[in-house]
Design a protein around this ligand. Structure first.
Ligand SMILES: *Cc1c(COP(=O)(O)O)cnc(C)c1O
Length: 356
């Protein structure tokens, strides 16, 4: 190392200096229920026999086949779809293109704040109420006085699991349009939700953008997210998009999966929903924890002994997410397979029984 003469700190941008690297650390475990992934093991060879793509060539920068496959599934013109290396990348592009201030409710998906800081745009946060729903007056007030350029709403929300009231969202979309502000509705957990989602509103509101991902429905390893919005918005984002942001293998496998494997994916989703309901019922029967309703593939719950629960579960090989730094005493568990959930419930019951 010949770094002694180099003062790295002096040249790092101020906003980056204040950031900490996102810790997606691999904690060894037997049952992984921490990252809202699908619990159903899936290999490329389960989906497809052979991938025949020329590896000496760059991938299609426009991901046309994949966009067409998505277009067919969701019945949206493929010109209104942009693919990202996960929806995280699209969040990044949105902030890079439109800048700030960026408004979102808290607690929510941590990447909105992290990306805002790395891009160097101002963040505006509106606190959710005790049911984790939007506080209309507060949100409106910020929207009116602070002139955000972008709003992010994750519904169902991560890490809380609930959806925001649709009448509130509708009012926010309308006011945002009046204020020349874009509103991004992040539907990462839409497939698990009993509500229809906001796709039907796209034609009525030119300031509305939807974000979706294949990550939570079984294909997290592919890193495929997509954005749906009007073509004028997409034209601007295309200016900052890296030309080869989505690799050829992912494009190919995702396209194939959407065309030929979708019924299996839907079956996985149905199973997760059934299991979520089972888990909700069982968790609600425990006396010393508070369970929050969920329309997603995870459940948030609270206990005054959250730290201890987390550690003891991990000792028995079960990894969940400690959310206490965001929501006091809270833990988030991803819905696993039937067997995984049963083990989780058994282990949790043991831990809670010990405490009497
Ligand atoms: C997981 C998640 C994403 C990220 O999805 P990727 O496509 O894997 O980048 C986006 N938004 C929310 C709310 C999420 O929970």
């Amino acid at each position: 190392m010949f770094m002694r003469e180099l003062n790295i700190k002096a040249i790092v941008r101020q906003n980056v200096k204040k950031l900490k690297p996102y810790v997606a650390k691999e904690i060894p475990c037997r049952i992984k229920l921490d990252a809202n992934e699908s619990p159903f093991a899936l290999k490329i060879s389960d989906i497809i026999d052979e991938i025949s793509i020329p590896l000496n060539r760059y991938p299609d920068p426009e991901a046309k086949d994949l966009r067409k496959a998505i277009s067919k599934r969701i019945k949206v013109n493929f010109e209104n779809i942009m693919i990202g290396n996960g929806s995280d990348e699209l969040i990044y592009y949105l902030m890079l293109t439109f800048g700030g201030p960026v408004l979102y409710p808290v607690p929510t998906f941590s990447m909105y704040g992290i990306i805002a800081q790395s891009v160097g745009v101002e963040t505006l946060e509106s606190k959710l109420d005790e049911c984790f729903d939007l506080v209309e007056e507060d949100f409106f007030n910020i929207l009116k006085t602070k002139k955000p350029k972008l709003i992010f709403l994750s519904t169902p929300n991560n890490p809380t699991g609930n959806t925001f009231s649709s009448h509130k969202i509708l009012k926010i979309i309308e006011l945002a349009r009046e204020k020349n502000c874009l509103i991004v509705i992040d539907e990462a957990y839409g497939p698990f939700c009993s509500e229809k989602g906001y796709l039907p509103l796209l034609n009525d509101f030119e300031n509305l953008i939807l974000l979706r991902t294949l990550s939570k429905i079984g294909l997290a390893g592919l890193r495929i997210g997509y954005l749906i919005g009007n073509s004028d918005i997409l034209s601007e984002i295309k200016k900052v998009k890296l030309p080869y942001n989505v690799d050829a293998v992912s494009q190919y496998v995702a396209t194939y999966a959407l065309q030929n494997f979708y019924s299996r994916i839907k079956k996985f989703i149905r199973e997760v929903i059934t299991e979520r309901e089972n888990l909700l019922k069982k968790l609600s029967s425990f006396k010393n924890i508070t369970v929050y309703p969920s329309e997603a593939n995870f459940i948030l719950f609270k206990s005054t002994k959250s730290k201890e629960i987390y550690q003891k579960l991990l000792k028995s090989g079960i990894l969940i997410r400690d959310m206490s730094s965001t929501i006091k005493n809270s833990l988030r568990v991803t819905v696993g397979t039937k067997e995984e959930n049963e083990e989780f419930i058994k282990a949790l019951k043991n831990i809670l029984d010990e405490k009497k």
